[in-house]
Design a protein around this ligand. Structure first.
Ligand SMILES: CNC(=O)[C@@H](NC(=O)[C@H](CC(C)C)CN(O)C=O)C(C)(C)C
Ligand SMILES: [Ca+2]
Ligand SMILES: [Zn+2]
Ligand SMILES: [Zn+2]
Length: 163
């Protein structure tokens, strides 16, 4: 799973903190914050986990918009190609979620939709692997057309099996 750098298998607490360490210039900061919150709430509803926003850099899930080489062993690759990656549950880098800021991030449908990508990444940050089912949010390829409710039955079953 080269896009979910596995740490542990799951979080062993029900309240998980997140912090937005850097922003993209493609969207207003408030929009980024509300999209991130929405993407986490999708998993909160299905897992019973609670996500609390922090302003410190030692939150469980550090969200960053970065380009190319950015301090971990998984440099991004410019426009298109890899859109984002996330580390599985654990201390330190565990849970951290990075978005390639060489992409055009959108809250609508021009460019890559941040909600769709963030929801996929947070699945990894919670311990989920990729799915071979194209309907699943955890499918490894970006698909702009997704049903209103982001999670497929498979995603709900998988997160329930984990938490
Ligand atoms: C448009 N580009 C793609 O579809 C690329 N896929 C991604 O960037 C994955 C994220 C999507 C599914 C939001 C990477 N991943 O799995 C992170 O956890 C490639 C399929 C080209 C690798
Ligand atoms: Ca890229
Ligand atoms: Zn992935
Ligand atoms: Zn990274």
């Amino acid at each position: 799973e080269e896009y979910s750098h596995v740490q542990g298998t799951r979080w062993h607490k029900s309240v998980i903190s997140y912090s937005i360490g850097s922003y993209t210039r493609d969207l207003p900061r408030d929009t980024v914050a509300s999209v991130i919150e929405s993407a986490l709430s999708v998993w909160a509803r299905a897992s019973g986990l609670t996500f609390v926003r922090s302003q410190t850099r030692n939150a469980d899930i550090m969200v960053e918009f970065v380009t190319n080489s950015h301090g971990d062993m998984y440099p991004f690759d410019g426009p298109r190609g890899t859109l984002a990656h996330a580390f599985g549950p654990g201390s330190g880098v565990g849970g951290d979620t990075h978005f390639d800021d060489d992409e055009q991030w959108t809250a609508g449908d021009k460019g890559f939709n941040l909600l769709l990508v963030a929801a996929h990444e947070f699945g990894h940050a919670l311990g989920l692997k990729h799915s071979t089912n194209p309907q699943s949010l955890m499918y490894p390829t970006y698909k702009s057309t997704r049903s209103a409710n982001l999670l497929s039955r498979e995603d709900v079953a998988n997160i329930n099996a984990l938490y």
